[in-house]
Design a protein around this ligand. Structure first.
Ligand SMILES: Cc1cc2nc3c(=O)[nH]c(=O)nc-3n(C[C@H](O)[C@H](O)[C@H](O)COP(=O)(O)OP(=O)(O)OC[C@H]3O[C@@H](n4cnc5c(N)ncnc54)[C@H](O)[C@@H]3O)c2cc1C
Length: 590
């Protein structure tokens, strides 16, 4: 299935919605303007379209394989990985002092979306390495940063994230891998980690595992977890005591090896503490937030590719006479209103999710680079509020969009050769790993809404109100979008009030509606961004700039308002009025 990177939509979103020009006023990002973004995105498009995308179907048919503790990746992956790292792509957003390019996350997120569209299995290796780098930059000592980050950026080494154990999935309080002090400042780890993405492979010389474990005598629960660096190969060239026991046979992302790792079969795996003992989860949250955001972008990437494939098919497949008599006989199915409905749904959900993700990335950049502390804090709060939306919503939406990609093709879509089933199978993991949708939604309720008394939620709603006023002034289609946005915003605020009022006194009632709350909030934020895009597009149209593209932005924003934002009231009802029917049935009656 052909892939063409949506560079134009990305640049439009970066410039008009995410404030790319504003970012260039921040220290360190002076050169990261439109020209740089366009150049980087064009180069990323070339690599992902020409080198990585053709390996997607290959990886599905010829997955990574396991023999005698070794993993061999899909033929072609090694060479593609070399091209990826030699091009400097692993370091796009990382500090120049450690070998990176120092570009904003905004630009790197767009590049990652392309890699995800091209090949989700392949993209996972750089994604996890990025997370490991971010964790080391936040919590590692300068010596650890020097020792690991340049090699990770250069692709000589790759990174992994070792949280999950057989008895500890969503609930990391149950992590039981043991870390015994080695008497020389290092530790010896014993335990089993499962589902470790790229836990073993042949793409790089070394693998740097970041591992959650408990030091003897540590408090129970999450307050007793520490973070360790466990390299596969130690500095003296010997193998660490870490064995890959097996890799999983999966529904999708088959080329991405998912390993069971045994730490400490013999003397214990040598581990180096990151930061302080018992504060591991805090550091891991840095990595998890980076990875959660990145998994959300994976959702956008899969959806984009599904959309492109569906449009191409719908233009070619001849079936049925158009209802309006525009053709004398049977014509391409893209003429049927219902096929258009499906394609518009795919397009609007994808563009809305992309807008939400790129705007969040820019907030992350401002939160890190702005000289004013208050501005940094405000943007950090908004970014953290958006991460569960980017992760939770964009991944669920990718499954829906990939499923529509099959429906648009009819029977042909159900056949593997069309490529559509792979996208759906690959997408299915996205709402599970890095915290299921429920875990994202619980975080949105607890950490992101209740903890600050709804301040960030209401601040976002305030910004939406300003957009509504601008839409009203614009007139025409914008007024219809303003009305839908306003109704959805009010439904959201009612839900925020409900969450704040009952979150402590009746948590079951509130958390029963956590996922609907996440869906409502995400649709609202995505619809708001598309509405801002509509305003920008109208401005360009008035200047006669790029009329076809801008008209499409207007129509897509209107579609999102009519067909997605219009669900807001129903989401509100599910949260505010629907809890008891979720929890009333006795456990024995299931
Ligand atoms: C292909 C793949 C790759 C992975 N890669 C990695 C990796 O690289 N590193 C790593 O550490 N892990 C990895 N994982 C593990 C992944 O993060 C976990 O599978 C995920 O966090 C869910 O944990 P679990 O499977 O134990 O499900 P469980 O925690 O048992 O959850 C089962 C169900 O219960 C629900 N649930 C659980 N707790 C709650 C709650 N508090 N509130 C509401 N609902 C709840 C969940 O939403 C889910 O529907 C990977 C998994 C897979 C399948």
């Amino acid at each position: 299935m052909i892939y063409r990177a949506p560079v134009k939509d990305m640049l439009f979103t970066m410039k008009e919605l995410a404030g790319l020009d504003e970012l260039t006023k921040l220290p360190g990002f002076e050169d990261a303007g439109e020209e740089t973004a366009a150049t980087v995105l064009a180069a990323s498009a070339k690599l992902t379209e020409d080198v990585v995308a053709p390996l997607n179907a290959t990886g599905d048919k010829n997955p990574s394989s396991f023999k005698d503790g070794q993993v061999t990746t899909t033929p072609g992956f090694k060479d593609a990985f070399q091209q990826y790292v030699e091009g400097g792509w692993q370091g796009v957003q990382h500090p120049p002092a450690l070998g990176g390019q120092g570009l904003p996350k905004l630009i790197s997120a767009a590049c990652m979306e392309m890699l995800d569209s091209a090949n989700l299995s392949f993209a996972l290796c750089p994604l996890l390495t990025d997370g490991a780098i971010e964790a080391l930059l936040v919590a590692g000592t300068p010596e650890q940063q020097q020792a690991y980050v340049p090699n990770l950026i250069a692709g000589k080494w790759t990174g992994t994230m070792n949280l999950t154990e057989p008895q500890a999935g969503s609930d990391l309080a149950l992590v039981s891998t043991r870390a015994d002090p080695g008497g020389d400042g290092t530790y010896r780890l014993h335990g089993t980690k499962v589902f470790i993405t790229y836990g073993e492979h042949d793409l790089s010389e070394n693998i740097i595992h970041l591992v959650l474990a408990r030091v003897a005598g540590a408090p129970e629960g999450v307050k007793g977890i520490s973070l360790f660096i466990c390299p596969k190969v130690l500095a003296d060239g010997t193998r660490n005591d870490i064995q890959c026991v097996s890799i999983e046979h999966k529904l999708g992302i088959k080329a991405s090896p998912t390993a069971v790792l045994q730490f400490g079969d013999a003397d214990g795996a040598v581990g180096y503490l990151v930061g302080k003992e018992n504060r591991g989860l805090e550091y891991m949250f840095v990595m998890m937030n980076a990875a959660r955001y990145a998994v959300g972008v994976q959702g956008v990437g899969v959806a984009e590719r599904a959309y492109q494939g569906a449009v191409a098919y719908a233009r070619e497949r001849i079936q049925g006479r158009p209802l309006d008599g525009s053709l004398p006989g049977a014509g391409p199915i893209i003429n049927h209103p219902d096929v258009r409905r499906m394609l518009m749904t795919m397009r609007a959900l994808t563009e809305g999710s992309r807008a939400m993700a790129l705007v969040a990335a820019a907030m992350h950049d401002v939160a890190h680079a702005h000289p004013d502390e208050a501005v940094r804090a405000r943007n950090q709060a908004a970014y953290e509020f958006l991460v569960p939306l980017v992760k939770g919503f964009s991944t669920e939406m990718s499954v829906e969009v990939a499923s529509l990609g099959i429906q648009v093709r009819g029977g042909a879509g159900y056949i593997e050769e069309s490529g559509a089933p792979q996208l759906m199978r690959d997408a299915r993991i996205l709402s599970i790993y890095e915290g299921t949708t429920a875990i994202q939604a619980n975080g949105l309720v607890g950490r992101k809404t209740m903890r600050d008394g709804g301040r960030t939620a209401r601040a976002l709603a305030g910004m939406m109100e300003e957009t509504e006023a601008a839409l009203q002034t614009q007139g025409g289609t914008a007024v219809v979008v303003a009305a839908r946005l306003g109704t959805a915003r009010k439904a959201f605020l009612e839900v925020v009030d409900f969450v704040l009022k009952h979150g402590k006194s009746n948590p079951n009632a509130v958390f029963a509606g956590a996922v609907p709350y996440l869906m409502l909030t995400s649709q609202l934020v995505a619809g708001w961004q598309l509405a801002r895009g509509l305003l920008a597009a109208e401005r360009s149209l008035a200047r006669g700039v790029d009329a076809d593209f801008m008209r499409a932005k207007v129509v897509t924003a209107r579609f999102f308002a009519d067909h997605v934002l219009s669900q807001a009231q129903s989401w509100r009802d599910r949260v505010v009025e629907g809890a008891s029917s979720i929890t009333d049935l006795s456990l024995d009656s299931f």
